[in-house]
Design a protein around this ligand. Structure first.
Ligand SMILES: Cc1ncc(C[n+]2csc(CCOP(=O)(O)OP(=O)(O)O)c2C)c(N)n1
Ligand SMILES: [Mg+2]
Length: 357
């Protein structure tokens, strides 16, 4: 499918918003205004923008430590992001989480998790819930190349394939896990094949081509809706900034300096801007200024917002004890259970239902 100029303009807007917002965060980090670690996705914007363009607000995305882009591409409010990074009460997680714990429930972000590979089992769990409840939603797990070196990813993929769950695995392969190049971690450059053993089809994409990412995600969503099961997308990309913080990590290996220069010529936003200019869009500079103003306003509001009250520090630490409220504690689950973990017998019956549908 060929996307329209209007579609590309919308993607340019969102990618530019992500880039400029992260540059603003980098400035705050450099000024030591930020107390939490920030992992920036500058250079990788097309993955978040392309994937999220193929999703509905009800679909959930599960992002990890590098998730500002996922949050914004899915529609998370800008001020909530800045305020969260600054630890303010108006932050999207009440200022309790910081950069790596973003929440935008209404937009389908139920909580980003910095445990490497944590997103995979969470997305599979969400997809299992959708299937059990007969809902049409899709769950997307975003993760880095480092995730495919974690064991439980395979358990999760197997379960998702067996029950044909509506989940999409999106690997943002930026070639490095922290400061380690993939060649120091793997024998072969074959991450898109990581699901083959579990019969999960995998595809390698140019992760800096927002149209290609969207198109592949659209097909994966279609497959999920048809109850055909999960898909793995390996999106090849590169983060311009260092693993964490504002620096460019040029002191962690000579290789990276050359790679960075090459990848900067593949800038996903420049590519779309060139396309738009060729197709007669003449007001990108004015649009960019409007985005800069939007960022300034949100940043100012976040800076002026109050810090969370220390008296509420204990809030949310403990859930209500099971049985404390008999009305909400059980007997009202969608599957008719009382909320307890199913017995082996119930699990077997459930497996039969899931495999049959
Ligand atoms: C289970 C676990 N192990 C180690 C870490 C520390 N850690 C944080 S990010 C990271 C590298 C992740 O690399 P990758 O998955 O390629 O994502 P990228 O940072 O490149 O986006 C590591 C090892 C962690 N957060 N969780
Ligand atoms: Mg990586």
């Amino acid at each position: 499918m060929k996307c329209s100029t209007k579609w590309y303009l919308e993607r340019w807007q969102i990618m530019t918003l992500i880039r400029r917002a992260e540059e603003a965060v980098a400035e705050m980090v450099e000024k030591a205004e930020v107390g939490c670690p920030c992992h920036l996705c500058v250079g990788q914007e097309a993955v978040a923008a392309g994937v999220c363009a193929a999703l509905t607000p009800e679909d959930t995305v599960w992002g990890g430590h590098r998730s500002h882009g996922h949050y914004l591409a899915k529609g998370g409010p800008l001020e909530g992001l800045f305020a969260e990074i600054l630890g303010k009460a108006t932050g999207c997680a009440g200022g309790r989480g910081g950069s790596m714990h973003l929440v935008a429930k209404e937009q389908g972000i139920l909580g980003t998790v910095p445990i490497v590979a944590g997103t995979v089992s969470l997305a599979v769990g969400a997809a299992l819930a959708y299937k059990m409840r007969g809902e049409k939603n899709v769950a997307v797990a975003f993760f880095g190349d480092g995730t495919l070196e974690e064991g439980h990813v395979h358990e999760s993929m197997n379960l998702a394939a067996l029950y044909r769950l509506p989940v999409i695995f999106v690997c943002e392969n930026n070639l490095y896990s922290s400061h380690m190049h993939w060649k120091l971690r793997r024998v072969a450059d074959n991450l898109h094949k990581a699901g083959e053993f579990h019969s999960v089809p995998g595809f390698r994409l140019d992760g800096n081509d927002v149209g290609a990412v969207y198109e592949a995600t659209r097909k994966a969503v279609k497959r999920a809706h048809a109850q055909a099961g999960p898909t793995l997308l390996e999106c090849r990309t590169f983060r311009w900034r260092g693993h964490v913080g504002a620096s460019y990590d040029l002191d962690v290996g000579v290789k990276r300096r050359g790679e960075l220069t090459g990848w900067m010529t593949q800038d996903p936003i420049r590519r779309v801007a060139d396309y738009l200019i060729d197709h007669g869009v003449a007001d990108l500079a004015a649009r960019e200024q409007a985005i800069a103003r939007q960022i300034d306003r949100a940043m100012q509001a976040a800076r002026q917002a109050p810090a969370p009250s220390p008296t509420r520090l204990g809030q949310f630490v403990y859930a209500a004890a099971a049985g404390a409220n008999a009305e909400t504690a059980g007997a009202n689950q969608a599957d008719g259970s009382n909320g307890a973990i199913p017995s082996a017998h119930r699990q077997a019956a459930l497996a039969e239902v899931l495999c049959a549908n």
